[in-house]
Design a protein around this ligand. Structure first.
Ligand SMILES: Nc1ncnc2c1ncn2[C@@H]1O[C@H](COP(=O)(O)OP(=O)(O)O)[C@@H](O)[C@H]1O
Ligand SMILES: [Mg+2]
Length: 302
């Protein structure tokens, strides 16, 4: 097959202003120190890192017929991500996330626009689901309009021998249990610790890992600076962030660390590498982007 995996993106443009400034109404004009414009969305970061390692992701995203849509298309291409399945919508404008970073805090405003327009009908019509033997689902809750699609298509894909990985990311409205009905179709689940606790309803990482491992064969819980824990066949293996990666690590922004981790892990796992090797590649990808604003700059390019 031409592609290594399929992913459906919460594609948007991220604009981040950086400065020691609190916005003020009353037509108050203030200056910021810097700004960044970057590809946004969890699956977008995942796919970009996957392509930079030499993989070929089939990528579905919806853009508007506007300047930000054109910019997203160009940026995807320059990161090596195919735009074959990029769909242009004429009804909505391209999704934009606007952030103002002040110290280690930030205020965020999001216009969902075309992001909400990635509907089950459009995804099915594109034919993308059959274009690779693996599917990676990112932003399960943010793209919850796709839930009916996963309910009908995951059993079919599994029956065809496809594999599926999942990184739900955060659930904005707290309805964490929504993911329960698809867990039995997932081969690799890669949540962070807080997400794993919410989804399982357990109170420790190991309890959550064991609970999830009864439903999913391979569970990798990301634990920020504490590394990751892998649950498989009822066993647990702890993986610390290697000293080599921790040395001289300057953290500018943790956006995308988990998405880049998932990308490295899945890349190695699909190649049949040992779990410990997949975790290490995940950590190399994750720590690469920590020194930069956003999840794209600093991605691993072996
Ligand atoms: N402060 C940190 N120091 C070192 N490594 C980190 C740090 N934060 C994240 N990482 C790396 O990124 C991976 C994923 O980060 P994490 O924050 O757990 O995921 P998410 O972004 O999904 O919440 C970790 O497993 C680790 O390898
Ligand atoms: Mg995450």
């Amino acid at each position: 097959m031409k592609y290594d995996l399929v992913t459906i993106a919460d594609l948007c443009i991220d604009i981040l202003f950086v400065g020691d400034v609190t916005p003020e109404y009353g037509q108050v004009e203030q200056f910021v120190a810097d700004y960044h414009v970057e590809l946004g969305g969890s699956a977008t970061i995942f796919a970009s890192q996957f392509a930079k390692m030499g993989g070929n992701p089939a990528f579905f995203g919806v853009i508007g017929n506007d300047i930000f849509g054109a910019m997203l298309s160009e940026k995807l291409k320059s990161n090596g991500v195919s735009t074959e399945f990029l769909t242009t919508d004429t009804q909505f404008k391209t999704a934009v996330g606007l952030g103002l970073a002040k110290g280690d805090d930030r205020a965020m405003l999001t216009y969902k626009g075309t992001m909400a327009d990635a509907t089950p009908e459009l995804v099915l019509k594109s034919g993308i689901l059959g274009s690779a033997k693996h599917l990676h689902i990112a932003s399960f809750y943010l793209m919850d309009q796709l839930n009916p699609l996963w309910q009908t298509e995951l059993p079919k894909l599994k029956a065809l021998g496809h594999t599926v990985s999942l990184d739900t990311n955060w659930c904005p409205d707290g309805s964490w249990e929504k993911v329960h009905s698809i867990l039995n179709h997932i081969d690799v689940f890669i949540p962070n610790e807080e997400e794993a606790l919410h989804i399982s309803g357990q109170s420790t990482c190991d309890e959550a890992g064991k609970w999830l491992n009864e439903k999913v064969k391979l569970v990798v819980i990301k634990r920020g600076a504490d590394g990751a824990r892998v649950y498989q066949n009822g066993t647990v293996v702890n993986h610390e962030v290697p000293a080599k990666l921790r040395a001289n690590l300057v953290i500018a922004d943790t956006t995308g660390a988990g998405d880049n981790f998932a990308s490295g892990f899945v890349y190695a796992w699909l190649k049949g590498r040992e779990i410990s090797e997949a975790v290490t590649l995940g950590m190399r990808c994750a720590t690469g982007s920590l020194a930069h604003i956003g999840g794209i700059q600093g991605q691993l390019k072996p």
